[in-house]
Design a protein around this ligand. Structure first.
Ligand SMILES: Nc1ncnc2c1ncn2[C@@H]1O[C@H](COP(=O)(O)OP(=O)(O)OP(=O)(O)O)[C@@H](O)[C@H]1O
Ligand SMILES: [Mg+2]
Length: 464
C-alpha cells in the first residue's frame, strides 16, 4: 500500500476531512448570512433614497408641469453624485439629466429597472450598474430617477472572492494539518507494529519506543512495555524451570534408575530387593518434593496466589513456626528463640509467609548453629522478619547466588536438600513486593524477609 494511500486511510486524516467539511459548511453559512443581511440593508437604504428623490420631483411636476420638472432635474444633475436623472420627450430624446442615452428596451419599461449604463470615468467611458425608476408622464414624456449601484457589484465580487479564497485556504490548511498530524501518529503506530512484528518473530526483547510527551500513546506504549516485561519475565522463568528440570532432575532420576537396575542384578533374594525398593521410594519422594518445590516457585512467579492476602499478627505466626521447629533444633542441641514481636502486623498470604519463615529456620538449623533468633520488626515502611544464626554464614560473593534455584554451597552438599528453599523465600518476597536480604550476623547468617506495607483495597494501611 502506498504511503499516501495509507495516510488517507488513517482515522485522524478522515477525521480531519470530516471536520474540514463541517467547518466549511458552517463558514459558508455564516458568510452567506452576513452577505444576505448586508444586501437587505443596502437595498432598503437605496429604495428610501430613490423614493425621497421621486417624492421631491413629483412635487415639482405637480406644481409646474414638465418645464418645472426639467428645471429641477437640470439643477440636480449639476451635483448628482451617484444619483441618475433623465427627462426625455415622447421620442426618447434627452431633454435634461446626467444620463446621456438610454436603450429602447429601457425606454419601453416602466417601474423599477436595473441596467448597465456608460459614464465617463478616469479611464474613458466605463460601464456601470444602475437601478432606476421609470415614469411615463403626460404627453409621452419620460422621467428616469435612480442611483448608480456599481459599488454594490464590486462589493458582491469582493465577498465572492473572499468566500472562495477563504474556503480554499481552509481546505489547504485542513488537508495539510490532517496530513501532518496523521503522519506523526502513523509513524508512532508503525513503531508499535514494527515492535510487535519483532516480538512475533521470536525476539522478546523488543520494546515500543516512548516519546516522553506523556500523551495517551505514550501511556499505551508504557503499558505495552510493562506487559512485555512481565511476559518476558514469565518466559524466562519458564525456560529456567524447564532447564532446571532437564539438568538438575536428570541426575537423581538416572541414579534412581541405576540403583533399580543394580538391585535387579543382585542375587540375594527378597531382602536386598526390599532394601533397594525402600531406597527407591525414598529417592522418588525426594524427587516429588523437588518437583513440588519447583512448581510452587513457578506458580508464585506467575503471580498465581495473590488473592489470599489477609492481616497477620507477626508474633502469632512466628510462635507457630518456631513451635514446629523446636524439636528439630533441640535434637541438634541448638536454642531456637522468638524475640518479642508484639503489635507487628502485616497484610500478606499467611501460608506463604509461614512457608518462607519455615525454610529460613530450617536452613539455620541445618547449616547454622549456636543461638537462633527469630524476630519481626516494623520499620515504618516495611515489616522485616529475620532469622539469625551463629553458624559459618554465607560468604558475601555467594549471597545473591544462593537465592537461585538449585544453588547449594559446596560445604552443604552432604546434607539433605535440593537447593530450592531460598529460591522459594525469594519468590514469596517478590510476590509481596518485597525482597530477601542475607546479612552478616557476625558470626553467622541473618536472613531477612522484608515486606513493604501496602494500602489494601479499603485504602487503609495494611500493616501497622
Ligand atoms: N543459615 C545458613 N548458613 C549457612 N549457609 C546457608 C544458610 N542458609 C542457606 N545456606 C546455604 O545456601 C544454600 C541454599 O539454601 P536453600 O535453602 O536454598 O537450599 P537447601 O537448604 O540446600 O535445600 P532445601 O532448602 O531445598 O532443602 C544451602 O545449600 C547452603 O549452602
Ligand atoms: Mg533450605
Amino acid at each position: 500500500m502506498s504511503s499516501v494511500l495509507k495516510l488517507f486511510r488513517t482515522t485522524t486524516f478522515r477525521l480531519a476531512l470530516v471536520f474540514m467539511a463541517l467547518f466549511g459548511t458552517a463558514a459558508a453559512c455564516a458568510i452567506g448570512y452576513i452577505y444576505w443581511q448586508t444586501n437587505v440593508l443596502l437595498n432598503r437604504q437605496l429604495e428610501q433614497t430613490i423614493e425621497a428623490e421621486v417624492q421631491g420631483l413629483a412635487e415639482q411636476y405637480r406644481a409646474g408641469g414638465i418645464s418645472n420638472l426639467a428645471k429641477t432635474v437640470a439643477n440636480r444633475s449639476l451635483a448628482a453624485g451617484n444619483s441618475i436623472y433623465l427627462v426625455t420627450d415622447s421620442e426618447g430624446d434627452r431633454i435634461t439629466g446626467n444620463l446621456t442615452s438610454i436603450s429602447r428596451d429601457l425606454w419601453n419599461k416602466v417601474g423599477r429597472v436595473e441596467f448597465v449604463y456608460n459614464r465617463p470615468g478616469q479611464k474613458g467611458s466605463e460601464s456601470r450598474l444602475a437601478l432606476v425608476s421609470v415614469f411615463r408622464l403626460k404627453g409621452g414624456f419620460r422621467l428616469i430617477v435612480g442611483r448608480d449601484i456599481e459599488d454594490r457589484r464590486v462589493f458582491e465580487r469582493v465577498v465572492q472572492s473572499a468566500f472562495i479564497l477563504g474556503l480554499g485556504f481552509m481546505a489547504l490548511v485542513g488537508l495539510g494539518g490532517g496530513w501532518l498530524v496523521s503522519r506523526s501518529l502513523l509513524s508512532r503506530i508503525d513503531a508499535v507494529t514494527a515492535t510487535s512484528r519483532t516480538i512475533m518473530e521470536g525476539d522478546l526483547s523488543g520494546r515500543v519506543p516512548v516519546v516522553g510527551s506523556g500523551d495517551e500513546l505514550d501511556r499505551l506504549s508504557e503499558n505495552l512495555n510493562a506487559m512485555l516485561d512481565r511476559i518476558e519475565q514469565l518466559m524466562v522463568g519458564m525456560r529456567e524451570v524447564s532447564d532446571n528440570i532437564a539438568h538438575d532432575l536428570k541426575t537423581p532420576l538416572n541414579r534412581l534408575r541405576n540403583r533399580a537396575e543394580a538391585a535387579l542384578r543382585e542375587k540375594g533374594g527378597a531382602k536386598p530387593y526390599r532394601a533397594a525398593l525402600e531406597r527407591t521410594i525414598e529417592e522418588a519422594d525426594d524427587l516429588i518434593k523437588t518437583f513440588n518445590g519447583l512448581l510452587s516457585i513457578a506458580r508464585l512467579e506467575a503471580g498465581a496466589s495473590q488473592g489470599a492476602m489477609e492481616e497477620i499478627e507477626a508474633a502469632a505466626l512466628i510462635r507457630d513456626v518456631v513451635e514446629l521447629y523446636e524439636p528439630a533444633a533441640e535434637d541438634k542441641g541448638l536454642s531456637l528463640r522468638a524475640e518479642s514481636a508484639e503489635g507487628v502486623r502485616l497484610v500478606a498470604d499467611r501460608q506463604l509467609i509461614g512457608q518462607a519463615l519455615a525454610n529460613l529456620i530450617d536452613n539455620a538449623i541445618k547449616y547454622g548453629g549456636g543461638d537462633i533468633q527469630v524476630s519481626a520488626i516494623d520499620t515504618g515502611a516495611s515489616v522485616e522478619i529475620g532469622v539469625g544464626d551463629h553458624g559459618p554464614g554465607i560468604p558475601e560473593q555467594d549471597r545473591a547466588r544462593v537465592l537461585k534455584r538449585f544453588v547449594r554451597l559446596e560445604e552443604s552438599r552432604s546434607r539433605p536438600g535440593s537447593g530450592l528453599g531460598l529460591a522459594l523465600v525469594a519468590a514469596v518476597a517478590r510476590l509481596h513486593g518485597g525482597e530477601v536480604r542475607l546479612d552478616d550476623n557476625e558470626p553467622g547468617l541473618r536472613a531477612v524477609l522484608s515486606l513493604p506495607h501496602k494500602t489494601n483495597h479499603n485504602g487503609s494501611v495494611g500493616a501497622q
